[in-house]
Design a protein around this ligand. Structure first.
Ligand SMILES: Cc1cc2nc3c(=O)[nH]c(=O)nc-3n(C[C@H](O)[C@H](O)[C@H](O)COP(=O)(O)O)c2cc1C
Length: 490
């Protein structure tokens, strides 16, 4: 197996850094779990945990009895034992929940945050990164979404406390992150700007004071590298121009990538099934990205041995790969879901589409059909519409000047009462609850209703199909890496 992370291309060599040729992409929520990232990091590449909703992930794993004791092992390493103990006291159920017992919820994200919610965000991110880094010297990153601004300071601080090596952020323009990482790595109190609908930019911020929150002599922290995930060269050029917002590199993601995509540029053209059509303008000019001189990786349809070679020929340090790893047995998808997806990839019957309405963020979202999931209109009809996790809710100013939160996936009446446009709720799905269900952490309602999954994958299934031919019973992350790096199909 190739395990080297020696400079792999001109870009890597110019930067004089040891760079991975493969980044296992962040995949929320908890699809790129600590187990997956750990396997990739141990093999010498960059393993990335998803940083989305990790406070809820931790609270739910504790309520499910902390199978294997991993949560409590990581919490025992947290630098402030009383903070870790509070989470265990509040959420840990040694025997797990009763079958029909709903999970206890955390406070929703807010501009004004309680100590409890910040502690849980710090702990959730600490635990996931700590476990991904446990027992080896490999490189681990954490992935955040720019859209989820209110969560970012406490989440990033938890990841830094666990020694995260890279922070990656997409789904928006991450101007504020280099400065945030400079501050947090010094344990400096931060005021992180948050966009609030109806308010002037810069009017609101989320505060985090590490000393006040943890109240002790804090260990020195490493400042992780920051990679911005962008869809267009102009965004990369914009971020690179100014030292204050310049990342350490880029992931350049095309419109076939899994998860959220940038909206198509120019006039929207949809086909008969309502899918947006992407054209040449939706692909970054890679020569212009290379000319910036920072290391970059290509994502979306690059998860094959030839994709890696082609990316490096453009000057990229390598590729970021999602789908191939999402379908590996080390990723967080429920085993039954993975088996179903892998068998349909193998027989060529799985087709992924781009849904313009599903995500409350308004970004196009890739959806893989799966019986019994929210890709089925009957399941959407059957779900009592509600919003109780709120990771993707947007803060807005009420007429009385207070800040509220609304999500287009909540029921129409409260959304409209909060100033949202009723039309905007049409076709929206509750990504938060479904993504938790994808990884076995779906909510059970007091009515007996159990939240259903909603699967996202990249549209290009060539790599997974070829790997499924080699490994008909499924593959591990290491097997996927082996194949990507050596091209060996033997
Ligand atoms: C299941 C899944 C979830 C994803 N979630 C995220 C995410 O939370 N944040 C993000 O930046 N990218 C996300 N992505 C995109 C991947 O990190 C990666 O860039 C992309 O999948 C690369 O394209 P590929 O699937 O063709 O390899 C996700 C992809 C998949 C397949």
């Amino acid at each position: 197996m190739a395990t080297s992370i020696e400079p792999s291309s001109p870009a890597a060599a110019v930067a004089g850094q040891r760079l991975p040729s493969i980044i296992q992409g962040g995949m929320g929520a908890a699809v790129s779990s600590w187990r997956l990232a750990s396997q990739v990091a141990q093999a010498g590449q960059l393993g990335v945990v998803s940083g989305t909703g990790l406070d809820t992930v931790l609270a739910r794993r504790l309520q499910d009895g902390d199978q294997g004791g991993h949560m409590r092992r990581a919490l025992a390493a947290f630098p402030v034992p009383e903070v870790a103990a509070r989470a265990i006291d509040k959420f840990f159920l040694p025997e797990g929940r009763e079958a029909d017992e709903p999970y206890v919820l955390l406070p929703r994200l807010a501009v004004e945050q309680t100590r409890h919610s910040q502690e849980m965000a710090v702990l959730g991110n600490f635990v996931e990164v700590w476990l991904a880094k446990e027992g080896h010297h490999g490189t681990v990153g954490v992935n955040y979404l720019e859209k989820i601004q209110m969560a970012t300071p406490a989440a990033a601080y938890g990841a830094l406390l666990a020694g995260v090596d890279y922070v990656l952020m997409g789904a928006g323009l991450p101007r504020e992150i280099p400065h945030l990482l400079d501050q947090l790595s010094q344990h400096t109190a931060v005021k992180f700007p948050v966009d609030v609908a109806g308010a002037e930019p810069g009017s609101y911020s989320v505060s985090l004071d590490p000393h006040d929150l943890l109240g002790v002599e804090l260990p020195p922290l490493k400042r992780p590298r920051f990679l911005a995930i962008v869809s267009a060269h102009i965004l990369a050029e914009y971020l690179a121009r100014d030292e204050a917002i310049r990342p350490d590199g880029f992931v350049v993601e095309g419109p076939q990538a899994g998860g959220h995509n940038a909206p198509p540029r120019g006039k929207l053209v949809v086909d008969e099934s309502g899918e947006p059509q992407f054209g040449p303008r939706d692909y970054a000019d890679l020569a212009k990205v290379a000319a910036i001189g920072l290391p970059f990786w290509l994502a979306g349809t690059y998860g094959t041995p030839e994709g890696l070679v082609a990316a490096q020929a453009t000057g990229a340090a390598g590729v970021q790969v999602g789908t191939l790893f999402a379908l590996s047995s080390d990723a967080g998808f429920e085993p039954e879901i993975r088996k179903n997806l892998v068998s349909r990839v193998a027989d060529g019957t799985l087709e992924v589409s781009t849904n313009l309405r599903a995500s409350p963020t308004g970004f196009p979202f890739k959806v893989a059909p799966l019986d019994g999931s929210m890709s089925d209109p009957a399941e959407v009809e059957a779900r009592p519409r509600l919003c109780d996790l709120g990771f993707l809710a947007v803060p807005f100013v009420h007429s009385n000047g207070t800040v509220g939160h609304r999500c287009p996936s909540e029921p129409q009446t409260p959304f409209a009462r909060k100033g949202g446009k009723a039309d905007d709720t049409e076709g929206r799905l509750c990504l938060c609850n479904s993504l938790m269900a994808n990884v076995g952490l779906g909510q059970t309602r007091s009515t007996g209703y159990v939240e259903k999954p909603l699967i996202t994958l990249g549209a290009d299934l060539d790599g997974p199909k070829r790997l499924a031919a080699l490994h008909p019973d499924g593959w591990t992350a290491r097997e996927a890496l082996d194949w990507l790096l050596t091209g060996s199909e033997a």
